[in-house]
Design a protein around this ligand. Structure first.
Ligand code: GLU
Ligand code: MG
Length: 438
């Protein structure tokens, strides 16, 4: 993260980055994600990047109140300004948008003080907290999307689907490689037109940056092929949705806390306490990781979206799927109930905060749920609608303390206003209003 450096140093780094971009790039997009999970942008000509890095680019604070449909939560006005400061260490030339580069931005006040409502700076604080505890976090978010209008029809995981779209998928792989992104896997998913990409893990902020850049790239390649990609949690009422599963492993002194320990499946005591902390806060965390009314159209049993508040080894209906892997370095946990409507910086930062609270309190995991939770007789359903998750979030001291009062209340206002705005609308209306927003 370069945004914390003194302004003159930021400008010098930006000038060097522009030199590396070369003459092909004309415009640089500065992006930040709002509390509704929507990527918002401003752009500058490439020769203004150094100025933007030094002084920031103006953006109204009202974006903290934006809803998914561009309405605003009450209580915001037209006054004030913040500065978008591009993180030039994450500047990337966009292979599928020739002539353009992208840099995630952090938001500061005009006085240069970090904006307390900045979601990416929050994730950065949680990353710093991990480092303070001597922990290394490796995180990755899977990207699922659906092509609309019947594109990509064919059997789930079917070769027929891949053949039909081989040029499209090849261009996607090429674009991601050109952007220096390490794809692990790509495959046709369950629903018509649905695909999935996974990338190598990185630090908390980097993992969120990566997930966003993958989505932009998927969207840009789709546009070039005359296709429309939706990352929305629900694309058809009653059908399988798009997840945004968060994979996470914690390391201390080169050792994975999810392997080689005395606990279940090799969990160390610290690794178990972290996961127990996540499970304890999960209803509240849903307000960060499944933040939309549409999220709850996806989060229902039988769709492998992890709608139960439990954990289980390789259990795809459990919100927390433990993946021991076949070697110690592969062990990780997957928060399966999250989707791509989430602001990924809030989702990752929130999970870290919950896990650290679990470590501090020495929590233990409840018994594992083996098999389908629906048959267990005791697995608890996660909140089935946004207001319930919002109430849990409102009551979460762990998340309020980690996010800070201002960010916590901004998220709360957006969730409350969205729930009210969509109250009484049927699934088709919710989907129509949201499926092309993320
Ligand atoms: N599409 C499913 C979801 O909504 C996930 C399927 C899977 O990858 O297990 O989370
Ligand atoms: Mg999947």
């Amino acid at each position: 993260m370069t945004t914390k450096l003194p302004p003159a140093e930021r400008a010098a780094l930006a000038r060097a980055a522009v030199d590396r971009l070369g003459p092909e790039v004309d415009g640089v997009i500065l992006g930040w994600v709002d509390n509704a999970g929507v990527q918002r942008v401003k752009a500058v000509p490439v020769d203004r990047l150094a100025h933007a890095a030094e002084w920031g680019v103006g953006a109204a604070p009202c974006f903290d109140a934006f809803l998914v449909d561009d309405a605003m939560a009450p209580g915001t006005g037209p006054v004030g300004d913040l500065r978008l400061v591009p993180d030039v260490s994450a500047l990337t030339a966009l292979a599928a948008q020739p002539g353009w580069a992208f840099a995630p931005a952090d938001r500061y006040g005009q006085d240069g003080v970090p904006h307390p409502g900045c979601q990416r700076l929050f994730a950065g604080r949680m990353a710093a907290e991990a480092a303070r505890r001597g922990l290394e976090v490796r995180a990755g978010i899977e990207v699922e999307w659906m092509l609309l209008d019947g594109a990509g029809a064919g059997p789930a995981y079917g070769m027929r689907r891949l053949i039909g779209l081989s040029d499209y998928l090849r261009e996607l792989l090429r674009a991601l490689r050109a952007q220096g992104m390490a794809v692990l896997q790509i495959h046709p998913e369950y629903a018509v037109g649905q695909f999935e990409l996974s990338l190598a893990p990185g630090g908390p902020v980097e993992a969120a940056d990566t997930a966003l850049l993958v989505r932009h790239t998927v969207q840009a390649v789709s546009v070039r092929h005359g296709l429309d990609a939706s990352f929305a949690p629900a694309v058809t009422a009653g059908g399988v949705g798009n997840g945004g599963h968060l994979h996470l492993s914690l390391w201390r002194a080169g050792h994975n806390l999810g392997a080689g320990g005395p606990g279940r499946y090799g969990l160390t005591a610290e690794g178990e306490a972290f996961l127990a902390g996540v499970l304890a806060e999960l209803p509240a965390l849903l307000a960060l990781g499944a933040p939309s009314v549409a999220s709850y159209l996806r989060l229902v049993p039988g769709r492998w979206s992890g709608p139960y508040r439990c954990w289980g080894r390789e259990n795809r209906e459990a919100a927390l799927r433990l993946i021991p892997g076949s070697a110690p370095e592969q062990a990780n946990a997957e928060v399966k109930c999250f989707d791509a409507a989430a602001n990924p910086y809030l989702a990752i930062g929130g999970v870290l905060a919950a896990g650290f609270a679990g470590i501090d309190r020495g929590l233990r995991l409840p018994p594992e749920v083996c098999g389908d939770p629906v048959d267990s007789g005791y697995a608890e359903r996660l909140p089935a609608e946004l207001p319930v998750a919002t109430a849990a979030f409102k009551g979460s001291d762990v998340l309020r303390e980690a996010l800070g009062a201002e960010l916590h209340s901004a998220v709360l206002a957006v969730r409350t206003a969205e729930a009210e705005r969509f109250a009484g609308r049927d699934p088709d209306e919710v989907i129509a209003a949201t499926r092309l927003r993320w």
